[in-house]
Ligand binder design. Structure first.
Ligand code: PMP
Length: 423
């Protein structure tokens, strides 16, 4: 049994010693002390079904024994920087990761987070092209350092830092966007931005395949192929941010961009890649990767033995346990159930997403699409009381993000559906 400090004690220390900018879910925040696969446990031992943890880094399930054993064994053996010395963990994982990517995407740089991965990707695009302008999508989230905060396009997440050279294009959002699901119409805006806002040549374009923080928005069909072609014509590189949609989560494909039929020049990843271990990566082609030889590029812990050993263990678990197939089967089943709920309850304005990356948008008026912000908070709190944890996102904070560990079962989906229906 847990004998540590209570939720109140932790909260009070947090208030005194940690950043006042820290926020937490729920009126009465949850004190999580243990995790096992798709479950979290609080200090009383109460079990919660975790339908959000997949995004907060866990892809195989909390404390998956294969990943934990790998981490423990490697930690006992060696944890160090792999920049200056050789160690097989980093090269073994790089080889395995490259084998999961299409085309000539074969060179891996390791980082410690998604922010770092996107900062590096944007810098590589700028170096390779000699241009500075980058286009990202409104409503995107790409990180919180100076460059990536520039690419992030939600005022909630942006501080008053200098954000140079980033242009934000219309979001191809099938639910709220002006052109509905007509991807190619939104793509024209990227052409306009290049034509009227830059010299005509750009460094690149960065986007998620399904916006996570933005509220599980799957880019309108046809958008990415049209934009990728425009970007290439302007001499830019296409960066796919797979921090949330990657690693088998969408079920139909291993990478989110594959669902749009495009091949990026640079792919960035983090979160699920290490099943809870701080790890990120940038994968690109040998030719593009060459630009970093112009100077010294150094990242002390990027690619350290413990994290890369964990990464390799994660890939093995995804394959061994057929987690991509599971994401497809269970995700499709859950989406059907949620769509049926939408037919019954006016509060649900939209159900969307792919595999185990699903969103439920709550509105008080379906026609006006009025965000049901308070209702979202209320339902989320009630679900927690019943024992189901979901995430929240979207610019208005009115979208449930359902992104469980990929070991989520149909029974879990039923439990989730049943809980939502009771609200
Ligand atoms: N890209 C996307 C799509 C993300 O969702 C996030 C984190 N929410 C990041 C990048 C940044 O990752 P990190 O928090 O690991 O820096």
């Amino acid at each position: 049994p847990y004998t540590g400090p209570s939720a109140e004690e932790i909260l009070s220390k947090r208030k005194q010693y940690l950043s006042p900018s820290l926020f937490h879910f729920y009126n009465k925040p949850l004190n999580v002390v243990d995790g096992r696969m798709q479950y979290l446990f609080d200090e009383t031992g109460r079990r919660y079904l975790d339908a959000f943890g997949g995004i907060a880094t866990v892809c195989c399930g909390h404390c998956h024994p294969d990943v934990v054993d790998t981490i423990v064994n490697q930690t006992k053996r060696l944890q160090h920087s792999t920049v200056l010395y050789l160690n097989h963990a980093i090269s073994d994982f790089a080889e395995a990761l490259a084998s999961k990517l299409p085309g000539n995407l074969k060179v891996v740089f390791f980082t410690n987070s998604g922010t770092e991965a996107n900062e590096l990707a944007m810098m590589i695009a700028r170096l390779y092209t000699g241009c500075h302008d980058i286009i990202s999508l409104r409503n995107a989230y790409h990180g919180n350092a100076a460059g990536t905060m520039g690419a992030t396009a939600q005022s909630n997440w942006k501080f008053n830092v200098i954000q140079s050279g980033v242009h934000h294009a219309l979001n191809p959002d099938p639910y709220r966007g002006v052109f509905g699901s007509e991807g190619e119409k939104y793509a024209k805006d990227v052409q306009d931005l290049i034509q009227f806002g830059t010299s005509g040549n750009i460094a690149g374009f960065i986007s998620e395949a399904i916006q996570g923080v933005g509220g599980i928005i799957e880019l309108a069909p046809g958008y990415l192929p049209a934009v990728y072609s425009t970007i290439k014509k302007a001499g830019g590189l296409c960066i796919a941010d797979e921090v949330q949609a990657g690693f088998a989560r969408t079920g139909s494909h291993f990478w989110g961009f594959e669902g749009h039929g495009v091949v990026p020049d640079i792919v960035t990843m983090a979160k699920g890649i290490g099943n809870g271990i701080p790890l990120g990566a940038v994968v690109t082609t040998p030719e593009i990767a060459e630009v970093l030889t112009r100077r010294c590029y150094f990242n002390t812990f990027g690619g350290n033995p413990v994290c890369t050993a964990a990464g390799l263990a994660v890939l093995k678990v995804i394959e061994k346990e057929k987690l991509q197939e599971n994401a497809f089967v269970v995700g499709s089943y859950l989406k059907e159930r949620l769509t049926a709920l939408k037919d019954k309850y006016n509060l649900i304005g939209d159900v969307r997403g792919r595999g185990l990356m699903l969103g439920v948008e709550l509105v008080t008026d379906r026609k006006l699409q009025t965000p049901a912000k308070l209702e979202t908070l209320h339902v989320m709190d009630r679900m927690k009381e019943i024992g189901v944890l979901v995430g929240k996102g979207g610019f208005y904070g009115n979208v449930f993000r359902i992104t469980p560990p990929l070991c989520f079962t149909k029974e879990d989906a039923d439990a989730m559906d049943y809980t939502l229906a009771k609200m």
